[in-house]
Design a protein around this ligand. Structure first.
Ligand code: ACO
Length: 409
């Protein structure tokens, strides 16, 4: 910054000027070196690496290492990092008593918000967010324990015993084991499904300053502990305009299927285009992408692979999704608004084929996004210039007035 360049923050502080930008359409809330999105080109890079290359050539452990430490690991670093994560997959036995307080029919995201926040009650040696060692061990614990917590939430809702993690399995393989094995029966992990799930994790790992990541940053900026900040991210992700879209999208496809399937696609699209209907095409549109979401392309490929592996090539919901996409890509309503499929359009079909129940989809997203949240939190707190997040407002309420005695009001 040269002498002629105005420091805009100082100028605002001196003059009281501020910007009004609802929904942060054009306001950067931070500087970040983690994830880059070119929404017009449909490009996504983690630490400079294209998502297509990461999803094809790397696994989720490598992606986590990249997000947290800035570089892809070499084989020794990967083995060390994986071992470290694996050592922390178990959760305290007390967690199961906490879980028991929930109704069996609770939504998994309600349970996850509670469970993740509760971790701060167990790990007092990693709750000081200003201490880099505390942040690092909290990061490892969170990445390691999320699959265990999601699987526990699932087993609880179906009334089955929890399955302990198996540390000889991969990160994704272990999650499948904890979800689908029972004490009576082993779950044989299919390499195709394991790879597909690992890819879902990589594709969802980070996405710069989306609503949940901004929530994690804002929450963490007060100096709260890392577990509490990540729990705030889980709560934000739940919404149907954000991570909840995968569940909402699958429910939408199921409803159209019940109405008559592909034959009813045209009728459904007319409803979407009618602004008075309140119906949206879930899994379509994005605040930043004004082109095809690169993750949706990879997810569509994964969908084909998984369905072929399971002999479900004629899956009616996949056919329906393809039919909706085809119409949307040629329809002026979607073309003029630059609405394309986002990552959630196909991810639900893949998860459903793997056997993950619809209400758990967003919890799987949260599991994956934890790596990005914690990397972003670490970046923010590690910056010596970081400040507590404190948005301003445009006040539109009453002018100053006097309180009247209650009898005269
Ligand atoms: N179906 C129909 N119309 C849509 C859709 C959709 N899915 N998305 C946007 N539009 C329309 C809007 O009605 C608006 O139309 P208008 O200009 O006539 O008023 C126009 O497209 C622009 O949309 P905005 O809502 O202004 O775009 P914004 O950037 O605020 O919202 C969002 C983006 C929330 C993702 C939106 O596209 C949406 O609700 N999509 C469906 C939910 C979804 O899939 N969310 C997942 C996002 S990805 C993720 O979080 C992982």
């Amino acid at each position: 910054v040269g002498p002629d360049v105005v420091d805009i923050r100082k100028l605002y502080a001196q003059t009281g000027m501020f910007t009004y930008d609802p929904g942060f359409l054009s306001t950067a809330s931070c500087q970040s070196a983690i994830t880059y999105i070119d929404g017009d080109k449909g490009e996504l890079l983690y630490r400079g690496y294209p998502i297509e290359q990461l999803a094809t050539n790397c696994d989720f452990m490598e992606t986590c290492h990249l997000l947290l430490y800035g570089e892809l690991p070499n084989p020794t670093q990967k083995a060390d990092f994986t071992k470290l994560v694996t050592n922390h997959t178990m959760v305290n036995e007390q967690m199961q008593f906490f879980l028991r307080g929930f109704r069996r029919d609770a939504h998994p995201m309600a349970i996850m918000t509670g469970l993740v926040g509760a971790l701060s009650a167990f790990y007092h040696d990693s709750t000081d967010i200003t201490n880099p060692q505390h942040r690092e061990i909290a990061a490892i614990r969170l990445i390691a324990k999320m699959p265990t917590l999601v699987a526990m939430a699932y087993k609880y809702t179906i009334g089955q015993p929890y399955m302990y993690p198996k540390n000889n399995l991969s990160y994704a393989g272990n999650f499948l084991h904890m979800m689908f094995a029972t004490p009576c029966e082993e779950y044989v992990v299919s390499p195709v499904l394991e790879r597909a799930l690992d890819r879902i994790f990589t594709l969802h790992a980070d996405h710069e300053q989306n609503a949940s990541t901004s929530t994690v940053r804002l929450c963490g900026s007060s100096g709260t502990n890392p577990f509490a900040a990540i729990a705030a991210g889980v709560a934000c992700l739940w919404g149907p305009a954000h991570g909840g879209a995968n569940e909402a999208c699958l429910n939408m496809l199921t409803d159209i299927q019940k109405m008559g399937g592909v034959a009813k696609v045209g009728e459904f699209m007319e409803k979407v285009k009618d602004k008075n209907s309140g119906v949206k095409l879930m899994g379509f549109g994005h605040r930043v992408y004004k082109n095809y979401d690169p993750r949706a392309k990879l997810m569509q490929e994964t969908c084909k692979e998984v369905l072929a592996e399971l002999g479900l090539e004629n899956d009616p919901l996949f056919k329906l999704a393809m039919a909706l996409e085809k119409i949307a890509l040629e329809d002026d309503y979607f073309v003029s608004r630059k609405l394309y499929p986002n990552v959630d359009f196909y991810s639900g079909i893949v998860q459903r084929a793997i056997g993950i129940p619809t209400p758990l989809f967003t919890a799987v997203f949260a599991l994956a996004r934890t790596s990005g949240w914690i990397a972003q939190l670490n970046e923010m707190i590690g910056d010596p210039e970081y400040k507590i997040g404190r948005p301003r407002q445009l006040f539109t309420g009453s002018v100053k007035r006097d309180v009247k005695p209650i009898a005269t009001r």
